[in-house]
Design a protein around this ligand. Sequence first.
Ligand code: BEZ
Ligand code: FE
Length: 296
Amino acid sequence: MNHIDRPHYPLFNEADSAEIVNARIGPNVASRTRQVAEAVVRHLHAAVKEIQPSHEEWLAAIQFLTDTGHMCTDWRQEFILLSDVLGVSMLVDAINHRRPDGATENTILGPFFVDGISVSTHGTNICHDGKGEPLVLRGRVIDIHGEPVKDAIIDVWQTNDDGFYDVQQKGVQPDGNLRGKFETDSEGKYWFRTVKPRDYPIPDDGPVGRMLRTLGRHPNRAAHIHFIVQASGYETVITHIFAPDCPYLAEDTVFGVKESLIGNFELTDNEKEAASLGFPSPFWSVRQDFVLKPSD
Ligand code: BEZ
Ligand code: FE
């Protein structure tokens, strides 16, 4: 009999399945890659051992992932949506943005940010379709010692009062509706006019929406306005302000709500101020400061 010098990998058995697979990882693999691969295999095998799937169930899982991939296009990322509704996007963000007390917290970015909007003058009304309840938002960007941060750039975007972003309704909403960019002044101040945000469903016409329905979950996001706040020398903040009276605050479908991000919305009945803003009275008034942490 010919002697063939085979490596001594253990043959497959159910009990040691994860260790057997991980033993095949080569000796020259980068340690981070090894750590990630080993953990994924270990947890995947543990889940399969707990679930004990039939072949049909396993194939259904493969079909779900296949459908999720097929749903992805340049403008629709169904895998990120899956990560969002499973709470993984918020977990990754929490791990990567542990901030000191008082610094503005991050939340989910979502798929509807548009880069490259030009800077508007303070006070601009970003609502161009005339729908919704008028709202004025005023505040400052400051550092963790309360000092103003001038020349900070604030990107803002939200849905219209029908619950859609402009990019979801091209030709229906005016381009750039409810998007803006503002630069803080020498006192760190900014202000603009918009409308009160409303709750809306995430895109749920794909496999992620099907999964939510199967799990008895709704697709709704709590009413919010998105912000990205950037300033040189500071960690960029990707965040929201949530409307305090929204019924979905405690059950945002992507787990984006944090107590500190629930805004202070005041219904203001003041004819004179309303007239100066070009609003009817009453109107909504929100004061929101953003507190930045120095970048490492
Ligand atoms: C959003 O807030 O725009 C959003 C976040 C996560 C998934 C879908 C939409
Ligand atoms: Fe949103």
